[in-house]
Design a protein around this ligand. Structure first.
Ligand code: TXA
Ligand code: MG
Length: 312
């Protein structure tokens, strides 16, 4: 693997795209200081150019060279990095970040990932890496190397495979510190309560209005080809089921996010199961994936947020 990481780091340094595992989902990365390389990300993903990218770095001092960290940002970084929290802070005017990473904003979304492969790639390449989730724009995010290979097999993307699955399986929490009160723009493994506790006061959790601040949150997202029906307690004709806990949705091909009703396990399984159900449904002329109710607490907030967008 280490030789692969070195080759991947070289690819990054040469302006190529590298798909790499993180503890949340796979990222599709490029040197964040190389305009041409960053443009390839938008092109290969089919991503609208108005949707800015998250920049990944391997240590806090590198992050501080790129962006301004006030006391609250430092507190969050010290408590949650490396880990699944993205912090939106003002960019420094002398930072070398390519313009298209920012999509016109004067703020930047930045994080230190906790996955050893991602950290090694960042360290060896020596540059900040811009990386959205490694899926085609609008489709379900990738949590296994197989998902990435399926999407980009015929594109010029170096795929760093990892035997382990992405631990959390759902994208990082995004917290915005640039507009007065800290605001969670996207739910993830780190809950608004956990952030509030560390900052010593309650923080604003995302409302649909707030999500307009994260431009990529507006569109269709995480969407399978098959229709989605949420909060299903029984199956209708022509449906396949995704259960949580009790097996209320029983049919050939149905799956269970967590037989033990464990929300952390459910989040880790979510994208892989949605992809498998989508494939099965497409092959068997099934119109709809019916999904059991998921408790709206803890990481369940993030699971429900993604499901609502998938059903949109
Ligand atoms: O876990 C993750 O965050 C993964 C891994 C690869 O790190 N990345 C990821 O990237 O989920 P992406 O591109 O799929 O989602 C990034 C989100 C988008 O909704 C984008 O609009 C928002 O972050 N974003 C980026 N820069 C922003 C900024 N300056 N202000 C507000 N939102 C921003
Ligand atoms: Mg994404």
């Amino acid at each position: 693997m280490s030789r692969d990481i070195e080759a991947a780091a070289l690819a990054i340094m040469h302006g190529k795209l590298v798909a790499f595992p993180t503890e949340t989902v796979y990222g599709l990365g490029a040197d964040a200081t190389n305009e041409e390389a960053v443009k390839k990300i938008y092109n290969v993903k089919g991503r609208p150019s108005i949707n800015p990218l998250i920049v990944h770095v391997h240590d806090l001092s590198r992050a501080q060279e790129i962006a301004e960290f006030d006391e609250r940002a430092l507190t969050l970084a010290e408590n949650f990095w490396p880990g699944p929290l993205t912090i939106v802070v003002p960019i420094r005017s002398r930072s070398k970040i390519a313009k298209s990473v920012l999509a016109g904003l004067s703020t930047i979304a930045i994080r230190i990932p906790a996955h050893p492969v991602a950290l090694a790639l960042l360290k060896i390449s020596g540059v900040p890496i811009a990386a959205p989730s490694a899926n085609l724009s609008g489709y379900i995010s990738a949590t296994r190397s197989k998902h990435v290979l399926d999407a980009f097999a015929d594109r010029d993307v170096f795929v760093l495979e990892d035997a382990d699955e992405c631990e959390y399986g759902i994208e990082s929490t995004i917290v915005d510190l640039t507009s007065g009160r800290p605001t969670v723009l996207r739910y993830g493994f780190i809950t608004p309560e956990a952030i509030g506790e560390v900052l010593g006061h309650e923080i604003q959790a995302c409302s649909s209005l707030m999500q307009l601040k994260a431009p990529g949150m507006m569109d269709k997202h995480y969407s399978p080809k098959t229709k989605i029906r949420l909060n299903a307690t029984s199956l209708q004709v022509g449906e396949i089921g995704l259960n949580f806990g009790d097996e209320a949705l029983i049919s050939q091909g149905s799956m269970n996010l967590s037989k033990d009703s464990d929300l952390i396990e459910a989040a880790a399984n979510l994208y892989d199961m949605l992809r498998r159900l989508d494939d099965y449904a497409q092959k068997n002329n099934i119109e709809t994936v019916a999904i059991a109710p998921i408790p709206n607490e803890g990481i369940g907030l993030a699971v429900n947020d993604r499901l609502q967008r998938a059903a949109f």
